[in-house]
Design a protein around this ligand. Structure first.
Ligand code: SF4
Ligand code: F3S
Ligand code: FES
Length: 255
């Protein structure tokens, strides 16, 4: 019998949302208690409806089966970036992933993102990730006196870094990068994407400083053009392309 199936005896009436049964296997970790420090798979069987997402399933488990299940979420609509997790081996946002689209008919595996210390269940310590983000100075750097009028930017100048403004700091890219898995010191794609956002902003004057930071041995040259980051990004940002552009700017100093 398959784990996800349309209920044969539950022909939906007009206006009724069809349901299906799903098995969710969650990789759990508790730093305290009997099994302290050991991670293990926990299996739940739930009934889901129509367009339920993985986040809805996790809520259902927490509210109806096991209140101790721990995960992070806020907006539930793909904006805040707090619920990136590994779903069937791929980094995704739980709030943007429909149950019916994930490996239909088989259990759905949900794990914390890789490369960052697990705090509890699906919650990882994001501090190393944000430390790299802070290092690239993710704010406008200008010199001279405060301007007395708006800093004008043309549509073409704005377009130059439009893609990298879409980042929601979910860490799906960085935690899918094999270089980051093997060496947590690597700045990681998210920090480089956010450096790109300012390096190519015509109003900013801090590009040289950022490029010097990213020229570090743990900077952009660690990237092996694996593309996992681009595939993982829920915002569709061309992450690898942005990294290549930063590398090129480092060589040519043209930005
Ligand atoms: Fe998330 Fe994409 Fe930003 Fe990486 S670049 S942190 S995957 S939104
Ligand atoms: Fe890693 Fe992305 Fe480069 S996955 S190796 S940062 S292209
Ligand atoms: Fe905010 Fe998913 S909960 S992005």
């Amino acid at each position: 019998m398959t784990a996800v199936m349309e209920k044969a005896d539950a022909q939906p009436k007009t206006g009724e949302i069809p349901s299906f049964d799903v098995t969710i296997k969650v990789r759990r970790f508790n730093p305290e208690g009997d099994a302290a420090g050991e991670s293990y798979w926990d299996e739940f069987h739930i009934t889901a409806y129509g367009t339920d997402r993985v986040l809805d399933a996790l809520h259902k488990i927490k509210w109806e089966h096991d209140g101790s299940l721990t995960f992070r979420r806020s907006c539930a609509h793909g904006v805040c970036g707090s619920d990136a997790m590994r779903i069937n081996g791929r980094n995704r946002l739980a709030c943007k992933t429909l149950l019916k689209d994930v490996n239909p008919g088989k259990p759905i595996l949900v794990e914390p993102i890789k490369g960052l210390p697990v705090v509890k269940d699906l919650v990882v310590d994001m501090e190393p990730f944000f430390a790299s983000y802070r290092e690239i100075m993710p704010f406008l750097i200008t010199t001279g006196n405060e301007p007395t009028k708006e800093r004008i930017q043309s549509a073409e100048q704005r377009e130059r870094f439009d893609d990298t403004t879409k980042c929601i700091l979910c860490a799906a890219c960085t935690s899918s990068c094999p270089v980051f898995w093997t060496d947590g010191q690597y700045f990681g794609p998210a920090a480089i994407v956010n450096a790109h956002r300012f390096i190519f902003d015509s109003r900013d004057e801090g590009a040289q400083q950022r490029l010097e930071i990213l020229n570090d041995k743990e900077g952009v040259w660690r990237c092996r053009t694996t593309f996992n980051c681009t595939e993982a990004c829920p915002r569709g940002i061309e992450v690898t392309k942005a990294i290549q552009e930063v590398k090129r700017a480092m060589i040519t100093r043209a930005f």
